[in-house]
Design a protein around this ligand. Structure first.
Ligand SMILES: [Mg+2]
Length: 266
């Protein structure tokens, strides 16, 4: 086992730690942590808004209602002039939750629920190809990730993905960037329970044959960090380098601004 340092400071259960935690495995979130998803998600968010507005026109919405719909969708998705909100619906929530938030915006401009839901489904179906590894702008790894994974693998630390993307999306990302060789396990949206249930962490740890108390978990959402803490993970770290805007993470957790800040110490 190893211990980890962040900007030269040893990491443990408490900050500052009485003793550095001994780490056998590191669990990584994918979107916004291992992968820079923002360019792809921005394109997806803008396309969904455009589709909804076009469908709104064909459903007889007037200019005032269309403007209202644009504002509601932008706020629901976390779509601003300077990028995506890292804790917004498009950034964090699964497709089904985004669909419901879209239908809710359509209800607020006067559509009935069945119509709003059908229209949202239509808008999503016509923009789904912009998401995932087949997208025109597939996500790139965050800066310095491959190097950190090399160092962890060389030190005998097991790495795993814990993500609410589906298994094929996770595997395609790892294969595309030649990272699959570093990973001993994954927990996806196809596994039950999903994140942020602490049982997802326990089940992944059992698969890896490690205790949560011998693990680190790194993510870019407070839901990841609080899940890890509840699961008894020894080192819980927030990741800040996956978005153009600062991520509003709970300051109770140490935060990484670049993978090079993390050192693996034998
Ligand atoms: Mg994430």
């Amino acid at each position: 086992m190893v211990h980890l340092t962040l900007r030269g400071q040893p990491l443990g259960t408490a900050q500052p730690p009485a003793d550095p935690a001994r780490i056998a495995a590191v669990l990584f979130d994918k979107d916004g942590t291992m992968s820079q998803s923002e360019p792809m998600l921005l394109r997806l968010a803008r396309a969904r808004v455009e589709q909804c507005l076009a469908l709104g026109v064909s459903h007889g919405l007037d200019d005032a209602r269309l403007q209202q719909l644009l504002d509601l969708l932008a706020r629901a998705y976390g779509l601003g002039t300077d990028g995506l909100h890292p804790a917004g619906t498009i950034a964090v929530a699964a497709r089904d939750h985004n669909l419901i938030s879209t239908a809710t915006a359509l209800v607020q401009v006067g559509l009935g629920w069945p119509e709003a839901l059908a229209l949202s489904e239509q808008a999503f179906a016509s923009t789904d190809s912009l998401h995932g590894q087949g997208a025109p702008t597939p996500p790139q790894p965050t800066d310095g990730l491959a190097n950190l994974l090399e160092r962890l693998t060389a030190a005998g630390v097991r790495c795993a993905v814990i993500s609410n993307d589906h298994q094929p999306g996770i595997q395609a990302f790892l294969r595309r960037h030649d990272l699959a060789k570093h990973f001993a396990g994954l927990w996806s949206a196809d596994h039950l329970p999903r994140k942020p249930d602490p049982e997802a962490v326990h089940a992944l740890c059992a698969e890896l044959g490690v205790r949560p108390q011998s693990c680190a978990l790194i993510g870019d959402a407070n839901s990841d960090l609080h899940m890890a803490r509840k699961a008894g993970v020894a080192v819980v770290l927030g990741y800040q380098d996956g978005w153009s805007q600062p991520v509003p993470l709970d300051p109770a957790f140490p935060q990484i601004h670049h993978w090079d800040e993390l050192e693996v110490v034998d």
